[in-house]
Design a binder for this molecule. Structure first.
Ligand code: HPA
Length: 258
């Protein structure tokens, strides 16, 4: 089983790995990925905003990215998201493993199943993020110097603007813990392809209205980034058996037509 890492704001390399850039042409357009290699171990590395951070959240071709991973044989994905903190338990500079999400995006292509040749299917999201990858990452985290919050509800907004204080109060009331612009439809599309998909969020600011002035601490994360990349890789390397239901997420109502 092949693995992939998808990174967001602030993480654009995997220390120690050699990267070979590759364009994968998918039915949804081209996707730029990197084959990352180190001492015989290989994984696929995708920087969702591009390695030069030039693609804004609403313009990311999520379908091309996830389809490209599938075309390369990827079945396990670990994603990182830079987020704002809503929950007091997950302050800036801390991390949380995602367990659920609230989707407030709009206008983004959010399925591979458009009827006709692609069929009609619904996916089961009662456990949205792979619990096996999540547990493995949590168990390895202390060895990498991390105390990762074990659960979090991710609020996905369309961006690229940040939120108003009233919106953040609303998202907090609805149960959101952290907020970002790229988590959906990425996880949804990966689950539509029956992939094991887990994610960790690192907070770079208090969300709007929670402090007098908004401050972004992304630049202060320094070493933490390299350690996080190392934790992601170790997690993917140590995965063994999967006793989760991720591979059975898709329920076809109408099969793909010939
Ligand atoms: N809101 C939305 N997305 C974000 C934020 C935020 O405060 N911080 C990092 N990504």
């Amino acid at each position: 089983m092949k693995s992939a890492i998808i990174t967001g704001t602030g993480i654009y390399e995997i220390p120690g790995f050699e990267l070979e850039k590759k364009q994968i042409d998918t039915p949804y357009g081209p996707a730029l990925v990197n084959i990352a290699r180190k001492e015989g171990f290989e994984l696929i590395y995708l920087a969702r905003h591009g390695l030069d951070h030039s693609t804004p959240p609403h313009n990311i071709n999520y379908r091309a990215n996830i389809k490209a991973l599938q075309m390369l044989g990827v079945q396990r994905v670990l994603a990182t998201y830079a987020v704002g903190s809503i929950s007091r338990d997950i302050p800036p500079m801390s991390m949380a493993v995602l367990t659920d999400f609230l989707d407030f995006t709009n206008g983004r292509p959010l399925t591979f199943f458009e009827g006709g040749k692609t069929g009609l299917a619904h996916i089961n999201l009662d456990v949205p993020y792979c619990p096996v990858i999540r547990k493995k990452m949590l168990s390895l985290a202390p060895a990498f110097g991390f105390n990762i919050h074990p659960e979090a509800v991710y609020v996905a907004t369309n961006g690229p603007r940040l939120e108003t204080p009233a919106e953040i109060r609303m998202y907090g009331m609805l149960g959101g813990d952290v907020i970002g612009m790229t988590g959906v439809p990425e996880v949804v599309l990966a689950r539509e392809l029956n992939m094991h998909f887990a994610a960790v969020a690192y907070s770079i600011n208090w969300a709007a209205g929670l402090t007098e002035e908004m401050e972004f601490v992304g630049d202060k994360m320094g070493e933490m980034r390299n350690n996080l990349a190392a934790l992601l890789i170790q997690t993917l390397q140590e995965l063994d058996t999967f006793d989760c239901s991720c591979e059975k997420a898709v329920m076809f109502m109408h099969p793909p037509e010939e």
